[in-house]
Write a protein that binds this ligand. Structure first.
Ligand SMILES: NC(=O)C1=CN([C@@H]2O[C@H](COP(=O)(O)OP(=O)(O)OC[C@H]3O[C@@H](n4cnc5c(N)ncnc54)[C@H](O)[C@@H]3O)[C@@H](O)[C@H]2O)C=CC1
Ligand SMILES: O=P(O)(O)OC[C@H]1O[C@](O)(CO)[C@@H](O)[C@@H]1O
Length: 385
């Protein structure tokens, strides 16, 4: 039976990537850093997916195993895997790279002719390319040459809201998800034949990736930051506040202006419909998604290449004003959740450097006009402190 190794047995790993690989006929081996999770998976070799929609449906994923990340078993699993995927969080990819490089070295020695494909299913621009660079930094010239010939690195966009168990889960491994999903895979960089029913194979990923990261994740982050500021617990609560819903819609509209200018295949109407469908997903009454989960790691979400700053700069190429994205970035700066390490660091930066200097340090934005707009919006949101 063909085998896939998936790093990160968390919400999206179990609830989406593991599921589609299982449906595609792979035995899925999860690799994770949490020992109790490994034990649970190896005790049952199966888990449930709970799909939250008007009717709640369940599906069982079986034939799964798990290994601890930094173990000999983990490296050995890579020797005969056909697919290697990750969903560990962008910041954790570097921790995987040395282990994957070591596993690929074993593979070169034990199974040299078979090809394998790697896909990093993280919310970021071209995370697989980032992972490839990290892996190659742990490889000598000989291994690098073998990797270039035998390992495909396909960038992907993955879209399915998989919240933190949302009240419906009763077993430790239950994964709760919305019904909608989309997994776009950039086909030209794959090695050999890859068939994953339900995935979409595309020639050029950028339009798909940016559409998803800006119109969905950017809007979601906005709802989370605004929701936290106005003391709501969930995205659903936040989206039912008309002021927040308007800002979210505005953020999407501005992102669309930039995307339509950048990609000839897009137009305002189709992206407008996409944005509307995304807002409907945020309003799914069965999904109780914590604003803290969706807003997690504001330093990453406010960085130059991520879901708010990049669309702002794209929109500013064609529009003089972007009040939605300016507000979203200001709300991100206001995110002072003491339970979020990056938020704590962000608040320290604000104290150390002031608002304007902090924005430049985090986002890379240096244009005075935009900085002044963000500072003004930040000041305005202090009323909800
Ligand atoms: N939850 C969602 O709806 C979606 C998440 N994503 C992306 O997927 C990634 C994971 O997100 P979630 O599943 O929500 O997070 P999560 O926190 O539920 O799962 C992450 C898993 O990775 C494990 N992990 C952390 N560092 C690791 C390492 N170095 N090696 C192996 N395992 C490690 C954790 O123990 C955890 O089990 C993120 O990049 C996120 O942006 C993408 C689309 C949807
Ligand atoms: O996983 P991140 O990048 O921290 O951001 C959370 C976002 O990811 C998702 O979990 C999946 O795209 C969204 O629900 C949310 O917008």
């Amino acid at each position: 039976m063909k085998k896939a190794v998936h790093f990160g047995a968390g919400n999206i790993g179990r609830g989406f990537i593991g599921l589609l690989l299982h449906r595609a006929g792979y035995e899925v081996v999860f690799a994770d850093v949490v020992a109790s999770l490994i034990d649970d998976i190896n005790a049952s070799h199966a888990y449930r997916i709970i799909v939250l929609d008007e009717d709640v449906q369940t599906e069982t994923v079986d034939n799964v195993r798990a290994v601890l990340l930094d173990s000999a078993a983990c490296r050995q699993e890579l020797v005969d895997a056909e697919i290697i995927t990750t969903a560990v969080g962008l910041g954790n990819l570097a921790n995987l790279a040395a282990i994957i490089a070591e596993g690929l070295k074993l593979r070169r020695d034990q199974n040299p002719s078979a090809v394998v494909n790697i896909m990093a299913c993280e919310n970021a621009i071209r995370a697989t390319t980032t992972l490839k660079q990290e892996i190659l930094s742990h490889s000598d010239a000989e291994l690098t040459a073998w990797i270039e010939n035998h390992v495909g690195f396909a960038d992907v966009a993955v879209d399915r809201i998989a919240p933190n168990r949302a009240g419906y889960a009763s077993e430790p491994l239950d994964a709760v998800v919305e019904r909608y999903f989309e997994w776009d895979i950039e086909a030209p960089t794959l090695k050999g034949d890859v068939t994953i029913p339900g995935a979409t194979f595309v020639q050029q990923l950028d339009p798909y990736l940016e559409r998803k990261l800006f119109i969905l994740n950017g809007a979601h982050a906005t709802a989370a930051f605004a929701g936290y500021r106005k003391h709501y617990a969930t995205i659903l609560d936040a989206m039912q506040d008309s002021e927040i819903a308007n800002i979210v819609t505005r953020v999407q509209h501005e992102a669309i202006i930039g995307l339509v200018n950048r990609y000839p295949e897009f137009n305002m109407e189709t992206l407008g419909r996409y944005a509307e469908s995304v807002r409907a997903r945020f309003l799914n009454p069965h999904i109780l998604d914590d604003v803290a989960r969706v807003g997690r790691d504001p330093l990453r979400k406010l960085s130059a290449q991520d879901r708010l700053v990049r669309p702002l700069l794209l929109a500013r190429q064609v529009s003089e004003e972007t009040p939605g994205l300016v507000n979203a970035i200001a709300l991100g700066l206001c995110y002072d959740n003491p339970g979020d390490e990056a938020a704590v660091q962000l608040q320290q930066k604000l104290r150390d450097f002031g608002v304007k200097e902090t924005v430049t340090r985090i986002t890379g934005i240096s244009q005075e006009t935009i900085l002044d707009e963000i500072v003004a919006a930040f000041d305005k949101w202090q009323v909800f402190a």
